[in-house]
Design a protein around this ligand. Structure first.
Ligand code: CUA
Length: 206
Protein backbone atom coordinates (compact mmCIF):
# COMPACT_ATOMS: atom_id res chain seq x y z
CA UNK A 1 0.00 0.00 0.00
CA UNK A 2 1.45 3.37 -0.94
CA UNK A 3 1.40 6.07 1.71
CA UNK A 4 -1.21 8.07 -0.30
CA UNK A 5 -3.73 5.27 -0.40
CA UNK A 6 -6.58 5.33 2.07
CA UNK A 7 -9.18 2.81 2.92
CA UNK A 8 -12.34 3.33 4.92
CA UNK A 9 -10.78 1.28 7.67
CA UNK A 10 -8.34 3.96 8.73
CA UNK A 11 -8.93 7.54 9.77
CA UNK A 12 -8.03 10.14 7.18
CA UNK A 13 -4.79 11.92 7.80
CA UNK A 14 -4.64 15.61 8.64
CA UNK A 15 -6.53 17.86 11.01
CA UNK A 16 -10.11 16.98 10.06
CA UNK A 17 -11.04 16.65 13.70
CA UNK A 18 -10.43 20.24 14.70
CA UNK A 19 -13.63 22.18 15.60
CA UNK A 20 -15.62 23.73 12.77
CA UNK A 21 -14.95 27.34 11.93
CA UNK A 22 -17.44 29.87 13.30
CA UNK A 23 -18.70 30.73 9.81
CA UNK A 24 -19.40 27.09 9.13
CA UNK A 25 -21.32 26.72 12.39
CA UNK A 26 -23.40 29.78 11.54
CA UNK A 27 -24.07 28.34 8.09
CA UNK A 28 -25.14 25.00 9.50
CA UNK A 29 -27.37 26.84 11.98
CA UNK A 30 -29.06 28.85 9.22
CA UNK A 31 -29.55 25.75 7.07
CA UNK A 32 -31.03 23.85 9.99
CA UNK A 33 -33.38 26.71 10.89
CA UNK A 34 -34.54 26.86 7.26
CA UNK A 35 -35.14 23.12 7.26
CA UNK A 36 -37.34 23.60 10.30
CA UNK A 37 -39.27 26.41 8.58
CA UNK A 38 -39.93 24.21 5.54
CA UNK A 39 -40.83 21.31 7.78
CA UNK A 40 -43.40 23.46 9.56
CA UNK A 41 -44.74 24.71 6.24
CA UNK A 42 -45.74 21.23 5.11
CA UNK A 43 -48.59 20.82 7.59
CA UNK A 44 -49.30 24.54 7.40
CA UNK A 45 -49.72 24.41 3.63
CA UNK A 46 -51.92 21.42 3.97
CA UNK A 47 -54.22 23.25 6.36
CA UNK A 48 -54.03 26.80 5.03
CA UNK A 49 -52.80 26.59 1.46
CA UNK A 50 -55.45 27.10 -1.18
CA UNK A 51 -53.85 24.65 -3.56
CA UNK A 52 -54.89 21.41 -1.96
CA UNK A 53 -57.67 19.43 -3.55
CA UNK A 54 -60.78 19.40 -1.43
CA UNK A 55 -60.66 15.73 -1.95
CA UNK A 56 -63.38 13.24 -1.60
CA UNK A 57 -61.68 10.01 -2.38
CA UNK A 58 -62.89 6.51 -2.35
CA UNK A 59 -62.14 3.26 -4.01
CA UNK A 60 -64.10 2.45 -7.09
CA UNK A 61 -64.18 -0.45 -9.47
CA UNK A 62 -63.14 0.85 -12.94
CA UNK A 63 -66.13 -0.86 -14.54
CA UNK A 64 -68.51 0.69 -12.05
CA UNK A 65 -66.91 4.07 -12.72
CA UNK A 66 -67.32 3.63 -16.46
CA UNK A 67 -70.93 2.66 -15.94
CA UNK A 68 -71.54 5.73 -13.79
CA UNK A 69 -69.88 7.93 -16.42
CA UNK A 70 -72.11 6.49 -19.15
CA UNK A 71 -75.17 7.16 -17.01
CA UNK A 72 -73.98 10.71 -16.45
CA UNK A 73 -73.51 11.18 -20.20
CA UNK A 74 -76.94 9.79 -21.01
CA UNK A 75 -78.53 12.08 -18.42
CA UNK A 76 -77.01 15.41 -19.46
CA UNK A 77 -75.79 15.04 -23.00
CA UNK A 78 -76.36 18.14 -25.13
CA UNK A 79 -74.42 17.36 -28.25
CA UNK A 80 -71.25 15.84 -29.54
CA UNK A 81 -68.00 16.74 -31.17
CA UNK A 82 -67.02 14.10 -33.69
CA UNK A 83 -68.49 11.30 -31.67
CA UNK A 84 -67.35 12.55 -28.27
CA UNK A 85 -70.41 13.50 -26.22
CA UNK A 86 -70.70 17.01 -24.86
CA UNK A 87 -72.33 16.94 -21.45
CA UNK A 88 -73.78 19.94 -19.64
CA UNK A 89 -74.62 18.95 -16.06
CA UNK A 90 -76.62 21.36 -13.88
CA UNK A 91 -74.69 23.45 -11.34
CA UNK A 92 -74.06 21.68 -8.07
CA UNK A 93 -74.15 18.25 -9.59
CA UNK A 94 -71.64 15.47 -9.66
CA UNK A 95 -69.59 15.47 -12.84
CA UNK A 96 -67.82 12.39 -14.10
CA UNK A 97 -64.70 12.39 -16.23
CA UNK A 98 -63.16 9.09 -17.20
CA UNK A 99 -59.61 8.75 -18.43
CA UNK A 100 -58.54 5.86 -20.58
CA UNK A 101 -55.89 5.17 -23.17
CA UNK A 102 -56.05 7.63 -24.92
CA UNK A 103 -59.00 9.87 -24.32
CA UNK A 104 -60.95 11.84 -21.77
CA UNK A 105 -64.68 11.07 -21.74
CA UNK A 106 -66.85 13.11 -22.08
CA UNK A 107 -66.45 16.76 -23.08
CA UNK A 108 -67.74 18.81 -20.16
CA UNK A 109 -69.69 22.00 -20.47
CA UNK A 110 -69.83 23.86 -17.17
CA UNK A 111 -71.14 27.21 -16.07
CA UNK A 112 -68.87 29.93 -14.84
CA UNK A 113 -68.95 30.67 -11.08
CA UNK A 114 -71.04 27.59 -10.34
CA UNK A 115 -69.82 24.78 -8.14
CA UNK A 116 -69.52 21.17 -9.23
CA UNK A 117 -68.03 18.03 -7.82
CA UNK A 118 -65.67 16.80 -10.49
CA UNK A 119 -64.99 13.08 -10.25
CA UNK A 120 -61.81 11.80 -11.84
CA UNK A 121 -60.82 8.22 -12.33
CA UNK A 122 -59.03 6.05 -14.82
CA UNK A 123 -60.37 2.95 -16.49
CA UNK A 124 -56.94 1.47 -17.20
CA UNK A 125 -53.60 2.99 -16.21
CA UNK A 126 -52.38 6.12 -14.47
CA UNK A 127 -53.11 9.34 -16.31
CA UNK A 128 -52.47 12.93 -15.42
CA UNK A 129 -55.17 15.57 -15.49
CA UNK A 130 -53.73 18.88 -16.58
CA UNK A 131 -56.08 21.72 -17.41
CA UNK A 132 -54.54 23.89 -20.10
CA UNK A 133 -53.73 26.76 -20.12
CA UNK A 134 -54.50 26.93 -16.39
CA UNK A 135 -52.17 25.38 -13.91
CA UNK A 136 -54.38 22.64 -12.54
CA UNK A 137 -52.77 19.23 -12.25
CA UNK A 138 -54.03 16.03 -10.79
CA UNK A 139 -53.19 12.36 -10.84
CA UNK A 140 -55.90 10.11 -12.23
CA UNK A 141 -55.54 6.63 -10.86
CA UNK A 142 -57.47 3.49 -11.70
CA UNK A 143 -59.45 2.14 -8.79
CA UNK A 144 -59.81 5.51 -7.07
CA UNK A 145 -62.54 8.08 -7.50
CA UNK A 146 -61.28 11.55 -6.69
CA UNK A 147 -64.04 14.06 -6.21
CA UNK A 148 -62.84 17.62 -6.50
CA UNK A 149 -65.02 20.58 -5.60
CA UNK A 150 -64.48 22.92 -8.49
CA UNK A 151 -65.84 26.30 -9.42
CA UNK A 152 -64.78 27.54 -12.84
CA UNK A 153 -63.85 31.21 -12.59
CA UNK A 154 -63.04 31.82 -16.24
CA UNK A 155 -65.16 31.14 -19.24
CA UNK A 156 -63.56 29.64 -22.28
CA UNK A 157 -62.74 26.49 -24.12
CA UNK A 158 -60.08 24.59 -22.25
CA UNK A 159 -58.03 21.55 -22.98
CA UNK A 160 -57.29 18.66 -20.70
CA UNK A 161 -53.84 17.34 -21.41
CA UNK A 162 -52.57 14.07 -20.07
CA UNK A 163 -49.38 14.76 -18.18
CA UNK A 164 -48.58 11.26 -17.05
CA UNK A 165 -46.96 9.01 -19.62
CA UNK A 166 -49.57 6.33 -20.27
CA UNK A 167 -48.52 4.62 -23.47
CA UNK A 168 -48.00 5.06 -27.16
CA UNK A 169 -50.85 7.53 -27.59
CA UNK A 170 -50.08 9.61 -24.51
CA UNK A 171 -49.28 12.72 -26.53
CA UNK A 172 -52.67 12.72 -28.27
CA UNK A 173 -54.69 12.27 -25.12
CA UNK A 174 -56.41 15.64 -25.14
CA UNK A 175 -59.84 16.34 -23.70
CA UNK A 176 -62.02 19.39 -23.56
CA UNK A 177 -63.83 21.49 -20.96
CA UNK A 178 -66.08 24.31 -22.05
CA UNK A 179 -66.95 26.97 -19.49
CA UNK A 180 -69.90 29.14 -20.43
CA UNK A 181 -71.11 32.39 -18.92
CA UNK A 182 -74.40 32.13 -17.08
CA UNK A 183 -77.05 29.53 -17.74
CA UNK A 184 -76.09 27.14 -20.45
CA UNK A 185 -77.25 28.70 -23.72
CA UNK A 186 -76.69 25.60 -25.73
CA UNK A 187 -78.75 23.00 -23.92
CA UNK A 188 -80.34 20.89 -26.62
CA UNK A 189 -78.14 22.47 -29.20
CA UNK A 190 -74.81 20.92 -29.89
CA UNK A 191 -71.70 22.95 -29.40
CA UNK A 192 -69.81 22.10 -32.52
CA UNK A 193 -66.20 22.64 -33.44
CA UNK A 194 -67.18 26.15 -34.51
CA UNK A 195 -67.59 27.11 -30.86
CA UNK A 196 -63.85 27.02 -30.42
CA UNK A 197 -60.74 25.28 -31.53
CA UNK A 198 -61.55 21.62 -32.09
CA UNK A 199 -60.09 18.86 -30.05
CA UNK A 200 -56.64 18.23 -31.37
CA UNK A 201 -56.60 15.48 -33.96
CA UNK A 202 -54.57 12.36 -33.51
CA UNK A 203 -50.95 13.08 -34.09
CA UNK A 204 -51.46 16.74 -33.42
CA UNK A 205 -50.04 16.99 -29.94
CA UNK A 206 -48.43 20.26 -29.07
CU1 CUA B 1 -53.00 9.42 -20.48
CU2 CUA B 1 -50.78 10.08 -20.82
Amino acid sequence: MTPETHTGLESPRGVWWKPAHKAEKIWVGIAFAWCMVLFAMMPLWHLRGGQNPSGIRRRVDPQAYEHRTQEFIAQYKVGDDRGMPIVAPPPGSDVYLAARQFQWTPILQLEKDKEYVLHLSSLDVNHGFSLYPLNVNFQVIPGYDYGLRVKPTQSGDFRIICNEFCGIGHHVMVGRVIVVDGASPSVGEPVGPSAGPPVLPAGGAR
